[in-house]
Design a protein around this ligand. Structure first.
Ligand code: ATP
Ligand code: MG
Length: 435
């Protein structure tokens, strides 16, 4: 009997292999560029934090904290959790480093893995990735909300994400929301017996979350419930109207969705969500909103306001793939794209020349595959084909003697002998033609 163990990734987590990882890199690269143009800088955060940070910010009675968090006791018996989201960490860092003294708003973005023990399915994983951004500062001007959303839409445009739909809402503030929640609770009590178990429970714990329900038979009931728009205070109404006006100024199309809520106390006023096609029921690629109370809740100055969003990178990539973006054709999983040059060498003298040439080609930005051992001609060129190299550059004794190389275009087999400067021009021209 063999005692070989076959390891597998844990349920709900996965490897992201080439060539798909190239699409991930592109998404992250474009995000860095777009966010950079809006004055955002990257913050790199720890992957684990004290459990209490999330219990306090996300809320102890949310699903995330009560059921989904990966928490463990550290050797000193303190409780630690893998982060289920990153806003809490950004705010913790903001306070810890005294960033409120910085001029203007502090604009930070992050990207990386998050952990939630949910039921794995398409677009829902236990280790998933987010790209997020936060604006922290003394101002809660509606122009900030509109610009944050503009930045998101610019990113999706640049990535050629088609069919993204922006939903927005205002969920009021400490002044006006409690009264609305009570009215909602009263109405929900009246229809209590028609609701599912989750919603029944939420009548007490968090009536707003009932609006989020996806249960088929609750939809008709929810449609008839009182809407927050009719209960906003004057300040929240003005703020919301101004956000919409400023989205209009930016040419951003949106849908108002009164059922878009965030079930956490510190969220207020603007909330938004973006959906994308090709994702089935997990179609939200981004969620965000204003959270003016959070900095204070975590021990920072009461005057600091905040707004931010988190993009689900897994879902964004999935939607781009479904739309045929970034598909590297014919490349097997585990391999990147084919090289520009397969540098075939034959014999010890040619190897030395090929290593030197390989270095100069790579310095010029070409992707070069250099066989590690001396191969027979047929085998070497066969490998060049299988690797989907665009060119084979051949260095043998004849070439060495003549001070040239043979370059062969593998698509059609045309070949010619070129000196090094001509080789570089030839490859550059080929690269330009293929772009
Ligand atoms: P959902 O309603 O889809 O569970 P959420 O409200 O829990 O989303 P947020 O906490 O607002 O999501 O996170 C923002 C984004 O992160 C979501 O819009 C989604 O794209 C992504 N996301 C959240 N949970 C997961 C997960 N388990 N796997 C993959 N992506 C996720
Ligand atoms: Mg969720």
């Amino acid at each position: 009997m063999s005692d070989k163990v076959k390891f597998q990734a844990i349920k709900g987590v996965r490897d992201i292999l080439p060539p798909e990882s190239a699409l991930w890199n592109r998404v992250e690269q474009v995000a860095r560029e777009v966010f950079g143009t809006f004055g955002f800088a990257e913050i790199r955060l720890p992957i684990f934090e004290p459990t209490e940070l999330f219990a306090r910010s996300v809320g102890g009675d949310t699903d995330i904290v009560s059921k989904e968090m990966y928490s463990f006791e550290d050797r000193d018996e303190s409780s630690i959790s893998l982060r289920p989201e990153a806003t809490a960490s950004v705010v913790r860092a903001y306070i810890e480093h005294g960033m409120q003294v910085l001029p203007g708003n502090v604009k930070l973005y992050y990207m990386g893995p998050m952990f939630r023990r949910e039921r794995p399915q398409k677009g829902r994983y236990r280790q998933f990735y987010q790209i997020g951004a936060e604006v922290l500062g003394a101002s809660d001007a509606p122009g900030i909300d509109a610009e944050v959303i503009e930045m998101l839409m610019r990113l999706f445009e640049r990535l050629k994400l088609k069919g993204a739909i922006l939903n927005i809402n205002s969920i009021g503030c400490k002044q006006c929301r409690p009264a609305y929640v009570e009215i909602l609770r009263g109405e929900l009590q009246k229809v209590r017996e028609q609701l599912g178990e989750d919603s029944k429970r939420r009548i007490e714990t968090n009536p707003l979350r009932v609006l989020d329900s996806k249960l088929e038979h609750e939809q008709g009931i929810i449609e008839k419930l009182p809407r927050i728009a009719e209960h906003l205070c004057a300040e929240c109404r003005t703020h919301y109207d101004e956000v919409k006006r400023q989205l209009g100024m930016r040419g951003i199309v949106y849908q108002e969705n009164w059922r878009l809520v965030r079930g956490l106390d510190y969220y207020m006023r603007t909330t938004f969500e973006i959906t994308a096609p090709g994702l089935g029921s997990q179609n939200a690629v981004c969620g965000g909103g204003r959270y003016d109370g959070l900095v204070e809740l975590l021990g920072g100055p009461a005057t600091t306001k905040g707004i931010g969003f988190a993009i689900g990178t897994d879902r964004l990539v999935l939607s781009l793939q479904e739309a045929g973006e970034g598909a590297a054709t014919g490349v097997p999983a585990g391999k990147g794209g084919g090289p520009d040059v397969y540098l075939a060498w034959f014999g010890a003298a040619a190897q030395a020349a090929a290593i030197g040439l390989g270095r100069r080609l790579r310095d010029a930005g070409f992707v070069v595959e250099l066989p590690a051992v001396d191969l027979k001609f047929g085998k070497s060129l066969g490998l060049a084909d299988r690797l989907k190299s665009r060119h084979a550059v051949i260095v043998g004794d004849d070439e060495l003697a003549a001070g040239v190389v043979t370059v062969k275009r593998l698509a059609d087999g045309t070949q010619q002998k070129l000196a090094e400067p001509e080789l570089f021009s030839y490859l550059r021209a080929a690269q330009a033609a293929s772009e």
